[in-house]
Design a binder for this molecule. Structure first.
Ligand SMILES: [Zn+2]
Length: 192
């Protein structure tokens, strides 16, 4: 009888040790999991910090066009889908309203202005050196010059092949009428 009782006590004790062991192991595992959960969070925070820095846009002209975009439909024909933007006004127009002069799309209503003016290059900068902040300001200046002073400013993309590196370098070129050149150059002094 005593032997049976002793065996029972030993079995119970072993069971208790087993339960305690299991609890400690589970607790340890839980803590480890929590640690792992916290670790990726730290990693995730780092790219956020990087994103807050103004990044240079890869395609300045595209970035400017996106910001100037006024709508999907022609400003003069509400039911016509816009096929492009006028380089002078920045507004969206349908295919009937737009005409192409060399590489520049111009609204037909501004064609005389375009053809009758003598255009000169005001500024040229390598896209790699233009910050997002400069692009934002450029868009504002272009809009402001046109809407408030009726001064057209055309932004164009330009590519140069660097023979030494065998690389294609992208540039943004700003052209204006000869008579507006000095004024616009002053407005764009932030780019220099
Ligand atoms: Zn139209």
């Amino acid at each position: 009888m005593e032997n049976l009782l002793l065996t029972l006590v030993i079995v119970l004790l072993l069971a208790l040790i087993g339960v305690i062991g299991l609890l400690v192991w589970t607790g340890h595992r839980y803590l480890k999991l929590q640690e792992q959960k916290n670790e990726p969070k730290k990693d995730a925070q780092e790219p956020e910090v990087l994103q807050t820095r103004p990044k240079a846009p890869s395609d300045v002209l595209k970035s400017i066009r996106t910001q100037l975009k006024t709508g999907l439909y022609c400003v003069d024909h509400e039911d016509q889908v816009a096929t492009g933007h006028c380089a002078i006004s920045g507004e969206a127009y349908c295919e009937h309203c737009l005409t192409k002069q060399k590489d520049i799309k111009v609204a037909k209503k501004f064609l005389d202005l375009y053809l009758d003016s003598e255009w000169v290059e005001v500024a040229m900068m390598a896209n790699a050196e233009v910050s997002q902040d400069a692009v934002d300001r450029l868009v504002k200046v272009k809009r402001c010059l046109w809407e408030e002073n009726s001064l057209p400013m055309i932004v164009q993309g330009h590519y140069k092949i660097n023979v030494q590196n065998d690389e294609i370098e992208a540039f943004t070129v700003i052209i204006a009428r000869k008579e507006d050149c000095d004024y616009i150059q002053k407005e764009l002094s932030f780019m220099a």
